[in-house]
Design a protein around this ligand. Structure first.
Ligand SMILES: [Zn+2]
Length: 262
């Protein structure tokens, strides 16, 4: 079990790429060619985040390369997994947990769980996972902290999360479009950190908020810090993004292995 430290939460970005990862297979654009050649922060595994919360380590998303990520970052102490999507890029690695040695909570909204169950669930998983349903707008209390999921899409079950631990607040918007609900905007107002999936640099892009729009969102909701993640070739390479965001205080471009204490 994680030792409880008042007000401290740790975020570890295991993967910071969008659905296809960087470099994606079979794309020879200059962004991916550079990533193949130079490696380092230019390469991104698909999106996954480990949240070290008081007495509860929670994995957000289980992309298809989950086994590699768990081994790379030596994740052994885990209490729960939370799903925000049912798509392959976000949940395709759930079956890796068939071989996990302990019981795990599996947090998913009922409609989302139904989709994941149909696509990915197995008898072995059933023995390891205990499904805990979450509902948008309803707080889930975990003793020292609480979590409020919110709907990020109108027609697809995709959810963001707001996590409060004492005075500290982290918001993960997941794959939200720029048109957030008024509810979600209120929820994230004044958050210490907002983590936003931005595959694309700038408009036109309707299904995901763009990097440029996310920078505006940080200002609108008066968040202390913005972390940009889930990036692909519609966005810029890591070094160019770092250069771009330097003009905005409190804006960070995530890279694989990045750690953040809140
Ligand atoms: Zn490409």
């Amino acid at each position: 079990m994680t030792e409880y430290r008042v007000g401290i939460m740790e975020i570890i970005f295991l993967g910071t790429g969008a659905a296809e990862g960087i470099p994606a297979i079979n794309c020879n654009c200059s962004h991916y060619e550079r990533a193949r050649r130079e490696g380092g922060k230019l390469q991104r595994e698909r999106n996954a985040i480990l949240l070290k919360l008081p007495d509860y380590n929670m994995l957000v998303e289980t992309p298809p390369n989950t086994r590699g990520l768990i081994n790379k970052y030596q994740v052994a102490d885990l209490q729960g997994i939370i799903a925000t999507h049912s798509t392959f890029s976000h949940t395709g690695g759930i079956k890796e947990f068939e071989y996990w040695q302990n019981h795990l909570d599996f947090l998913a909204e009922p409609g989302l769980f139904k989709a994941i169950y149909k696509e990915h669930w197995t008898e072995r998983l059933e023995k390891i996972m205990f499904h805990i349903p979450y509902f948008p707008g309803a707080a889930l209390h975990f003793g020292h902290f609480h979590m409020i999921p919110f709907a990020a899409r109108r027609h697809q079950p995709i959810f963001g999360l707001s996590i409060n631990n004492g005075e500290k607040q982290i918001v993960y918007t997941s794959s939200t479009p720029n048109r957030l609900t008024n509810y979600a905007r209120t929820l994230m107002t004044g958050a210490d950190v907002i983590i936003v999936n931005t595959p694309t640099f700038k408009t036109p892009k309707e299904d995901h908020i763009t990097l440029v729009e996310a920078v505006d969102l940080k200002k609108e909701v008066d968040a202390g810090r913005l972390v940009l993640t889930a990036i692909n070739h519609n966005n810029r390479p890591h070094d160019e993004l770092e250069e771009y965001v330097r003009q905005f205080p409190g804006v960070t471009v995530a890279y694989d292995g990045m750690k953040l204490e809140v």
